[in-house]
Structures are given as C-alpha cells and as structure tokens.
Design a protein around this ligand. Structure first.
Ligand SMILES: Cc1cc2nc3c(=O)[nH]c(=O)nc-3n(C[C@H](O)[C@H](O)[C@H](O)COP(=O)(O)OP(=O)(O)OC[C@H]3O[C@@H](n4cnc5c(N)ncnc54)[C@H](O)[C@@H]3O)c2cc1C
Length: 120
C-alpha cells in the first residue's frame, strides 16, 4: 500500500477500496477503510519524532498491520463465496446445517461481530 521512492518528502499511501477490495457479501468494505484511516493516523502519530511522514519504515508498519486485518476478512469472504457457489448438494446441505448452528450460537455470533467491527 505505501511507497517511498527515496526522494525526501516523496511518498504515497493507499487506503479504503483503493488499497483493497472485498466482495460486497462481506459488508466490510467501509469498515476496512475506516480501519485503514485509524491505523494510519496512529502509526504517523506514534512515529519517532525524527522520522518524516514519508518515512518508508513508518508506512510499512501501516501496511503490515492492515494486510493482516484484510487477510482475515478477505479470506473468510472468499471461502464463504466459494461455499455458496458450490454446485454439490451435499456441500450445500452441510453449509446450511453449519449456518443454522452458527445462527443459534449467540456467543460465537457476538464474537465474530466484534471482530468485524475491529473491537477484538
Ligand atoms: C453493493 C455494495 C454493498 C456494500 N455494502 C457494504 C456494507 O454493508 N458495509 C460496508 O462496510 N461496506 C459495504 N460496501 C463497501 C463500501 O461501499 C466501500 O468499501 C466504501 O464505500 C469504500 O470507500 P472509499 O472511500 O474507499 O471509496 P469510494 O466510496 O468508492 O469513494 C471514492 C471516491 O473517489 C471519487 N473519485 C474517483 N476517482 C476520482 C478522481 N480521479 N478524482 C477525484 N475523485 C475521484 C469517487 O467519485 C468517489 O466519490 C458495499 C459495496 C457495494 C458495492
């Protein structure tokens, strides 16, 4: 997401959908974008006083943090999409059984909702 070409003060950063896209089925695109902004603001605020805003090391910290957050949402969404697209009826039955179980487990639903909101 970030890049610094070595020239002093020259760097750019991507956030939101420009940095990553996730299937709308996740309903997480905006949340991820807001998470990007929060992480970038914090990383810049907490940088050593002598590092400029364009410091590649600082921006890489932002990139690493957000790649991890995106991997969780992105991989989960991709897996769900593949599960719903699967043509095999046994897989569809197992999926429906699993989703009904998930719907009945209030604790698990609460935990996943908090993860999705970045409140882990
Ligand atoms: C069907 C659907 C349902 C969704 N549901 C959810 C949901 O339930 N929950 C959720 O969290 N997310 C959801 N999302 C995702 C969410 O809408 C996006 O992740 C979010 O809007 C991304 O925000 P952004 O600011 O990064 O990009 P955008 O919202 O795309 O904003 C980019 C802006 O830049 C402008 N722009 C583009 N090019 C230029 C240019 N050259 N110069 C100047 N301006 C430019 C555009 O006009 C636009 O206003 C959904 C997305 C879709 C498609």
């Amino acid at each position: 997401m970030p890049a610094a070409d070595g020239a002093p003060g020259s760097a750019w950063v991507l956030a939101g959908d420009a940095a990553h896209t996730v299937h709308p089925l996740a309903g997480q695109g905006l949340n991820l974008g807001l998470g990007d902004v929060q992480a970038l603001a914090r990383v810049l605020d907490e940088r050593a006083y002598w590092r400029p805003l364009s410091d590649a090391k600082v921006l890489r910290a932002y990139e690493r943090e957000r790649k991890t957050a995106f991997a969780l949402v992105g991989n989960t969404t991709d897996a769900l999409q593949r599960l719903f697209d699967h043509p095999n009826t046994l897989v569809a039955q197992a999926r429906n059984w699993g989703l009904r179980g998930f719907d009945r487990s209030a604790g698990l639903k609460h935990w996943i909702t908090r993860q999705a909101m970045g409140l882990s």
